[in-house]
Design a protein around this ligand. Structure first.
Ligand SMILES: NC(=O)c1ccc[n+]([C@@H]2O[C@H](COP(=O)([O-])OP(=O)(O)OC[C@H]3O[C@@H](n4cnc5c(N)ncnc54)[C@H](OP(=O)(O)O)[C@@H]3O)[C@@H](O)[C@H]2O)c1
Length: 339
């Protein structure tokens, strides 16, 4: 058993943000590290995930995940090494994926920790391309949007963790055309040159509706929405009859203090007989083995590319989270907790 340190640091939410979160809404606190309880493992976290949905958990509202409590550690996806174990099947030295992120040391119920193997994939991949965001892309496209070969697919947030995987899975599964939008010219180049998108545009360079029409003159069959607002409005206009929309996220409004101005054209759902469906990745866990096998093979064979933006140091975790909301990440935003 490795020595258990006396203390470790963890991030607490100390004030509920109004609009954009500020660094003062968070505090990094040093707390005692306890021995793991019965059935628990003590994990030294190596990587933690910062995700858009965490912004919603900072509000004191009832939702599909409970809000973060003030002056309590925040949580979220993390991968680490077991340093003490009272759990059957998990030994010191094992690597595990669990939900006790935002802290250096986490005591985790062994039944809620998933053993992962760094020889199969880099540990960070279990938080991104082969993890929660990857399964979101896979299930949201294939199951929720009922993607079929020949579909023309538009995805927003296309250079991010979910979006970059949606576009590439669509191409690998025989999409007739894949279009992506992202927030910088550098990201647009990446979509075209590395991820194989057929067309891409920077939504900051002009109206989304006009840029989408130019990129998809014959229309689209599927819109994978990560953004909402004017992106959703543009997609509704470009969708063909019987098109499908996966509503995965609406990041354009997560920090908004006013209701969104768009979409103003929802009535198009009627005449075009569109199907629009919200999703939560947790409803699609049954696809996990299939996802891991199929996407894992594409990654190994170099057919599916992925990027990660890794910020070093637990003290920079809030900056990483805020940077992700501002679009400073390419691919999955991850915090590395050890140097
Ligand atoms: N429903 C589910 O189960 C589920 C699960 C996972 C994720 N999601 C959702 O999926 C979406 C993507 O998540 P992710 O983890 O892959 O994050 P991500 O795309 O890797 O990172 C967030 C990106 O959002 C973009 N963004 C921020 N503000 C924007 C705005 N006003 N307009 C357009 N784009 C904006 C930024 O890229 P740009 O530089 O391009 O602006 C930023 O890089 C989010 O909406 C998230 O809530 C849903």
């Amino acid at each position: 058993m490795s020595a258990i340190p006396a203390t470790g640091r963890e991030w607490h939410l100390v004030a509920r943000p109004q609009g954009w979160p500020k660094p003062e809404d968070f505090a990094l606190r040093e707390v005692p590290v306890a021995e793991p309880g019965p059935g628990q493992v003590l994990v030294r976290n190596l990587y933690m995930s910062v995700d858009p949905y965490m912004r919603g958990r900072m509000n004191d509202v009832k939702s599909y995940v409970p809000p973060f409590q003030l002056d309590q550690p925040m949580d979220g996806g993390a991968v680490g090494k077991v340093i003490a174990s009272n759990a059957d099947g998990l030994a010191v030295g094992d690597h595990v994926l669990h939900s006790g992120g935002w802290r250096e040391y986490a005591a985790v119920d062994g039944k809620r920790a998933v053993k992962v193997d760094p020889r199969v994939a880099p540990l960070t991949a279990y938080l991104g391309v082969l993890g929660m965001t990857g399964l979101t892309a896979y299930s949201g496209l294939l199951e929720v949007a009922s993607f079929k070969e020949g579909d023309a697919v538009f995805v927003s947030g296309a250079a991010g963790a979910v979006g970059s995987e949606v576009g590439q899975i669509a191409k690998l599964k025989g999409a007739s055309r894949v279009i992506g939008s992202a927030g910088s010219d550098e990201k647009v180049r990446l979509l075209l040159d590395e991820y194989g998108f057929d067309a891409a545009f920077n939504y900051k360079n002009g109206p989304v509706a006009e840029q989408l029409k130019e990129a998809a003159p014959d229309g689209i069959d599927v819109y994978f929405d990560n953004v909402g607002g004017d992106h959703l409005e543009a997609a509704l206009s470009s969708l063909k009859v019987h098109g499908r929309i996966t509503v995965c996220g609406m990041i354009a409004q997560y920090n908004a203090t006013e209701p969104p101005a768009a979409p103003r054209n929802l009535a198009l759902l009627i005449g075009k007989r569109l199907r629009m469906q919200g999703m939560l990745v947790s409803d699609h866990n049954h696809l996990q083995p299939q996802f891991f096998e199929e996407v894992g093979a594409w990654v190994r064979e170099g057919k599916l590319h992925y990027r990660e933006t890794v910020v070093k140091g637990v003290d920079n975790a809030v900056d990483a989270f805020l940077g992700m909301l501002r679009g400073e990440n390419i691919g999955k935003m991850i915090v590395a907790l050890e140097d």
